[in-house]
Design a protein around this ligand. Structure first.
Ligand SMILES: Nc1ncnc2c1ncn2[C@@H]1O[C@H](COP(=O)(O)OP(=O)(O)OP(=O)(O)O)[C@@H](O)[C@H]1O
Length: 312
């Protein structure tokens, strides 16, 4: 019988209570497939770093089971850890080591043989090759962050965790970072990132997990989530202002704005086709002249805020 490949990450009933009694994670269940880009979204203190740190073996769980590439992270720690690279939120700075030595040493920490071609490749991908002989303490903040990524990639991990990779970085580095992420995914690397830049999760991630107060509220394909929860708004600019929405349009979620010169119609994607044509016909029947129409779609950010409001 052919055995199926285990998921990149399997988390079952994971809970974490820190010393002192604070429960940072409760009953988290999550599977992440190979080659996915998965975004973990949540406000400050939601438990994202705790989850990532447990998955990388830096923080111990209180209960639950975790496998990385099928390896239990406690019983089979080395095999599990070998598969994982972590770019932490905090930058390790002020090193007197050179960029090259730091990255090469990181590879050695995983018991791997020295491989200059791999280290050179990683440094080139991150535009660090020219700086390879510089001491880390002499680099700019952005360059130091690149070194952190290079360190995480030095042992060629199959799964890369990026803890808020774009917080406080400039546009150029952010762009480079996302190009790098796409390139890694192309090579089959699984990417798990946390971000406060929700539009980026929307653009980059195939699936999103929303976490708050240590609970994973939902895990959904990004497009699915947008479709399901993403409300749309149609703004109807009127030829002439009106004082109130005519009675015959009471069945629609309409509101008047801008002193009665425009109507807002809230609708969900699935009602788009029939709803709008019907509404426009009825407006016409009510003698309302339409000047212009435009639509707005709620972003993942809006959805996220709505979710937190509903479930708190
Ligand atoms: N070592 C610790 N001891 C006690 N409590 C901790 C410890 N580390 C984290 N916490 C608490 O656990 C909660 C979750 O923290 P965590 O860093 O996982 O959140 P986060 O979602 O990553 O937040 P941020 O977006 O701010 O990084 C926070 O309330 C934090 O104060």
């Amino acid at each position: 019988m052919k055995q199926s490949t285990p998921p990149a990450i399997e988390v079952k009933d994971l809970s974490k209570t820190y010393e002192g009694g604070f429960q940072a994670l409760s009953e988290v269940n999550l599977n992440i497939e190979h080659g996915e880009i998965f975004a973990l979204l949540g406000p400050n203190g939601a438990g994202k770093t705790t989850l990532i740190s447990i998955l990388c073996g830096l923080v111990t769980r209180s209960s639950g089971e975790i496998r990385i590439g099928g390896h239990d992270i406690i019983r089979d720690y080395r095999s599990a850890r070998q598969l994982v690279g972590l770019v932490p939120q905090e930058l390790a700075t002020d090193s007197f080591e050179s960029v090259w030595d730091t990255v090469s040493f990181s590879r050695g920490l995983f018991g791997l043989k020295r491989n200059d071609a791999v280290v050179a490749g990683v440094l080139r991908d991150l535009s660090l090759y020219d700086k390879r002989d510089k001491q880390i303490r002499t680099l700019s903040g952005g360059m130091k962050r690149r070194v952190m990524i290079a360190k995480a990639l030095a042992h060629e991990p199959r799964i890369l965790f990026l803890d808020e990779p774009t917080a406080g970085v400039d546009v150029e580095l952010r762009q480079d970072m996302w190009n790098l992420v796409r390139g890694l995914q192309h090579n089959g690397v699984t990417i798990i990132l946390t971000t406060h830049y929700i539009e980026e999760a929307e653009q980059m991630a195939e699936r999103v997990g929303v976490i708050n107060h240590g609970r994973l509220l939902l895990v959904e394909e990004t497009s699915q989530l947008m479709r399901k929860l993403g409300r749309k708004q149609l703004t109807i600019e009127l030829g002439q202002s009106i004082k109130q929405v005519p009675d015959q349009l009471n069945g629609y979620r309409l509101s008047l704005i801008n002193d009665g010169s425009a109507l807002i119609y809230d609708y969900a994607d699935e009602f788009k086709e029939s709803g709008i044509a019907d509404l426009l016909r009825r407006l016409n029947q009510a003698g309302i002249v339409i000047n212009d129409l435009h639509t707005d779609q709620s972003s993942l950010e809006d959805i996220f805020l709505d979710l937190l409001k509903d479930r708190q």
